[in-house]
Design a binder for this molecule. Structure first.
Ligand SMILES: [Zn+2]
Length: 411
């Protein structure tokens, strides 16, 4: 049996360019919101490609798709790989998609070579990773991993009244298999980095050892509306100025705790009149850090800052935790299998922590899991200009193939 298998970079690239037509935007990006007509189109394409290759298709109640190539040992638990085919409203051709299509290419390479694995190999397309239409994201893997409640997720509504469960049925992808019933011996996900590090350091592969934790807060600052011309500065209860101070404090706290990051992505100032001192402000706040204790300490620093602002400004600041995800540490066996594959091919690499959230965070709670990153142009993602080179996509795909083969021999 041939053991040095080489993936086909042209065939991989063709599938990437081919599927990009489902939801293609004029600027060269992809708009393929979860459970939309475009999502159905790419799912149909994926299903047909997997059936053509002879894989068995499974579909669970959350719409997660599983394509399996059998192994030689009927009692072996499948090894899985995959990612997601949905995109942001102004997304690119690679975020998520690369992980699914790399898996398809790896499986096709096994088929072409007649290489038989002991474990079945299952390629997964997780439903609604992006959370752009139905928030939160990662709902398919979240329910699979029992980290989210299925009934709650099926009841999610989009901004124009669509309901997750109904839309899933409408596109024909609500399966009967109980979500989470299917177990894996390991899971590997290839993804574009979505950040600038690999490109800047001119490296081909990121060996991802874990993901950072994140805390999301909703913040409401209450002061009092008053006339902007007649209210002296020392009589104001200006919610917006308190908001500005708090936003800068979030930046300061992140800078004081590298590589932590802090973001205020949404703000609203009410009543929104240029000659009224704003009496109400709402904002989002998020903090991320790879170390759980540091993340907790950053939150404590933020609490202290809130108390300080309230002491000197006549406003009330309310913080509600909206979402909390603790840092994830990936499995050492899978990480070392990836490192071995990288070394075998002489690819340049570094070990890193993922800045973004991924399905793998959830799957990691159910089986040994790790991720592989490849560089993307200027580190840009969630953008129609998102791009990655054919060579880098091929290198990542070669690494995932060799990782799967190594895991098949050792697990
Ligand atoms: Zn993604």
């Amino acid at each position: 049996m041939k053991t040095n298998l080489t993936i086909n970079p042209e065939r991989l690239w063709d599938t990437l360019m081919d599927t990009a037509k489902f939801g293609a935007t004029p600027k060269g990006g992809v708009r393929r919101l979860a459970l939309s007509a475009e999502d159905k189109q790419v799912r149909d394409w994926f299903k047909a490609a997997c059936e053509d290759a002879g894989f068995t298709l499974g579909l669970d109640t959350m719409g997660n798709m599983y394509a399996t190539r059998p192994g030689t040992d009927p009692n072996a638990t499948p090894i899985a790989l995959g990612s997601h085919l949905d995109t942001q409203p102004t997304g690119g051709k690679f975020d998520g998609i690369l992980g699914v299509l790399a898996g398809l290419e790896a499986l096709r390479t096994l088929v072409d070579a007649g290489y038989e694995t002991r474990h079945p190999i299952t390629l997964v397309n997780w439903t609604n990773e992006e959370g752009a239409r139905f928030a939160p994201g990662m709902t398919g893997s979240g329910v699979y991993s029992n980290e989210m409640q299925e009934a709650d997720m099926l009841a999610l509504a989009d901004p124009i009244g669509g309901v997750f469960g109904e839309e899933l049925e409408k596109i024909g992808y609500k399966g009967t298999e109980p979500t989470g019933a299917r177990k894996f011996a390991a899971f590997v996900e290839l993804h574009i980095e979505q950040g600038p590090i690999l490109e800047k350091e001119e490296l081909q592969i990121g060996i991802v050892e874990g993901g950072q934790g994140l805390f999301w807060f909703d913040v409401t600052i209450t002061g009092r509306d008053s006339h902007a011309g007649t209210t002296p500065m020392d009589y104001r209860r200006d919610a917006q100025m308190a908001q500005a101070e708090l936003a800068l404090a979030i930046e300061e706290i992140a800078l004081a705790n590298p590589p932590g990051v802090g973001t205020v992505g949404v703000t609203a100032v009410l009543p929104g009149s240029r000659n009224t001192v704003p009496g109400l402000c709402t904002m989002s706040a998020e903090l991320r850090h790879p170390d759980g204790d540091t993340l907790t300490a950053m939150t404590a620093a933020l609490d202290a800052k809130v108390a300080e602002i309230e002491a000197k400004r006549p406003v009330k600041i309310e913080f509600t935790m909206r979402w909390r995800k603790d840092p994830v540490k990936f499995d050492a066996r899978v990480v070392e299998a990836i490192a071995g594959a990288v070394e075998k091919h002489g690819f340049t690499s570094k070990r890193m922590i993922s800045g973004a959230g991924h399905d793998s965070y959830f799957v990691a709670t159910t089986c040994p899991t790790a991720m592989i990153f490849v560089p993307c142009w200027e580190g840009i993602s969630h953008n129609e200009e998102e791009s990655a080179t054919k060579e880098d996509c091929a290198a990542g795909t070669q690494v995932i193939l060799d990782t799967i083969i190594a895991l098949d021999q050792t697990l």
